[in-house]
Design a protein around this ligand. Sequence first.
Ligand code: CAO
Length: 546
Amino acid sequence: MDIVIPSLGDIDEVEVIEICAAVGDTLELDDPVIVIESDKASMELPAPAAGELTSLLVALGDRIGEGHVIGVIDAAEAVASAPVEDQSAPATEQEAPEPTTDGQTPDEPNKAQTEQAAQLDVLVPDIGDATGVVVIEVAVKPGDEIREGDLLVVLESDKASMEITADYAGTVLSVAVGEDEEVQQGTHIATLAVTAKAPADSKVEPEPTGAPSAPAQSQNDAAPASPAQPVPERSAIQEATEADAAAAAKIYAGPAVRRLARELGVQLAGIQGTGNRNRVTKDDVKQHVKSLMQAGPSETGGGLPSVPTVDFAKFGDIELVKRTRIQLRGADNLHRSWLNLPHVTQHDEADITDLESFRQSLKQEAEHKGIKITPLAFVVKACCSALREFPFFNASLHIDGEQLVIKRYLNIGMAVDTPEGLVVPVIKQADTKSIFALSAEIADLSVRARDKKLALDDLQGGTFSVSSLGALGGTGFTPIVNAPEVAILGVAKLQTKPQWDGETFQPRKMLPLSLSYDHRVVNGADGGRFMQHLTTLLSDIRRLAL
Ligand code: CAO
């Protein structure tokens, strides 16, 4: 049975960031096989059936899309398989399959094959309807020892560049193409003597080294991509002006370099490449950003002043802790939003004394339904009402900057704190859901976010976000808008405070709310009205029924 990447919604590609099983492993149903990651979150891809993993067709760093077969599980084998003690029977008794010569990933070699060398022709894979594809870089030469995932050649059409990487470790016997040569699907690229697909746990993701040697540099630049997957640079081009896009398309740079440039917000067109044929490398991009930073503010405006580098070890013991991918991606998103959106945050308090009494009265009924009701469900419900009343908060700036995209659906993103970092799953069509249903969904999304069980669809389509730090405390904070949304509501800790009722002070339960918004879209008066609507609703939730 093939293990296939499911629907990814509107995401074209995800990256393989972890391999959880090796060929020969006996898996239970839903055991994780690989972990894939998009810009927003990572997701385990579970085994679709119990059985032996007979083939694994992806490597760390591969970029794959919906429908991609990542491996094969022999479900029948598992059912018919011998008792547990036989599962470790050496696979050397099986016949080793020959690698295919069609350029596609062949079936995984069995354990016998791991000791054998076989000759493998690498061909140009399916490149869709791309025309005028040329070899822009040859990263290997005969005699080179290669690891699985190493870059062999880079192809480029006028729309995309594509890295052809080695599926197996081995030696390059011959290279059949040269730079500038035009190729098409099936063109013979190289012949390898392959020894084995490296065991999953021994794979090493290439790290940038800054070493200037041309082929090594190219390999290090490359986020290993599946040889069958062209890596279109659509989003970069979308973001650029037409002229920039045309210029960007002519630049020699791999997908990983283009992604880095995009993340750092620099145009490749302004960077002098030092690689082979003036290819722009990761180091070139970093050096370019460094020089921009060092150039300091221009005469007409402020540049970003650089933060001084400090040798902390001079002052005491230090420890370097690797940040998770979710943290890194989250940092990129937050930084991008903070730099691009002029943020304003307004603070207010809602008197939720009656709401809290009502919530307490529902506790038993909710427990019978297996649900726990938190104040957040009411906040989400109230936000939906406010968003219907003030649709500019449920919008995004159009790419032309001249129009607003008003969304007629209400999908509320909910910040969830997980050990891996901040994740924002989305409660779809939140306005159509009851308080019980919202409570159940909040709990379900939180658990799945923390267990890394969210589907990519759970993370898409948000129109407004809520970040509730209430259970953790605080009197208020300034949440960062989850761009391209235009507003986010922060919820801090409920506190009992004295409130003047005209005659005397009464103890009331006050919920601090902080509304951040993109000031290009929303002005302060709108913010005030939105908050007023929200606090009025939360103070008298009967109004939610109106
Ligand atoms: N004030 C006081 N107590 C609150 C509260 C508030 N504003 N909101 C919730 N609580 C209480 C609930 O009443 C409940 O208490 P009981 O168990 O006694 O009934 C408890 O806190 C539940 O907290 P919870 O965290 O399990 O559930 P939640 O629905 O309130 O929140 C979630 C869910 C996912 C939003 C939350 O767990 C979370 O991860 N918050 C962090 C979000 C975050 O990191 N934001 C920062 C983003 S910017 O860096």
